[in-house]
Design a protein around this ligand. Structure first.
Ligand code: TZP
Ligand code: MG
Length: 223
């Protein structure tokens, strides 16, 4: 009970990270394209970028999100996210295990949301213990956008995860999700879907902006 009381409590997340689409983009220019096309949440995932360049990219992404009424999630770089006023931070298990309770509390007390990735049952248990704003599971299907040491989880794991994650915590699915399979991923219990290649390399050959509009229809046409 004592340790439960001491755990940080992250703000709830609203919007499409909780129910809808989360595009994951690797530059502030792509963040601008998707939010101008109507994405209401977006994650900026910068790999191999640091220093001034990192700060400028996060700052610019935050600026275009604010200008378009969208919420910015920053992958990995939580201190930069806090400095730039981002809506949320997304971290993986390696990031989580490298962080102290004090650092997690800094995010929570800044009023910034936290999303945590999971790939296995033990990772899920650790994620739930942090009481994040959402929990993601990946890869649901085969992906070529990230090197992952875990096999695709499949729809059965999606439905199991929904039962294991607290009902008030949004559950996001990621990895190899196309627009065709998205309805079955939602049917299996996911609340939201994060995608990279379905937008950046649309199978119908749509531009990033048009692919974002087409994906958003999935939720706007559902009740
Ligand atoms: N984490 C698990 S799978 C993945 C990440 C970042 C990549 C998702 O990309 P895509 O192209 O939607 O499979
Ligand atoms: Mg990470």
């Amino acid at each position: 009970v004592e340790s439960a009381r001491q755990r940080p409590c992250f703000p709830r997340c609203d919007g499409s990270a909780a129910r809808g689409l989360l595009p994951i983009m690797d530059t502030s220019a792509r963040v601008a394209t998707v939010v101008e096309a109507g994405a209401k949440d977006v994650q900026l995932r910068l790999k191999g970028v640091s220093g001034e360049m990192l700060l400028n990219e996060v700052r610019e992404a935050q600026r275009v999100c604010a200008a378009n009424g969208a919420r910015l999630w920053v992958n990995d770089h939580w201190e930069t996210a806090l400095a730039c006023g981002a809506y949320g931070v997304h971290i993986g298990q390696e990031d989580l295990s490298a962080m102290s309770m004090t650092e997690l509390e800094r995010i929570a007390s800044a009023g910034v949301r936290l999303g945590v990735s999971t790939h296995s049952y033990s990772e899920l248990a650790r994620a739930i213990a942090v009481r994040p704003s959402y929990i993601s599971l990946g890869p649901v299907f085969q992906t070529s956008s990230k090197r992952v040491d875990f096999s695709p989880q499949g729809l059965l794991t999606v439905s199991r995860w929904r039962k294991l994650i607290p009902a008030d915590t949004p559950f996001m699915a990621i990895g190899g999700i196309s627009k065709d399979v998205a309805p079955s991923v939602l049917e299996a219990g996911a609340d939201s879907i994060a995608v990279i290649s379905a937008l950046t390399e649309s199978p119908e050959g749509l531009s990033l902006a048009d692919a974002t509009r087409a994906w958003n229809l999935l939720w706007s046409t559902a009740s």
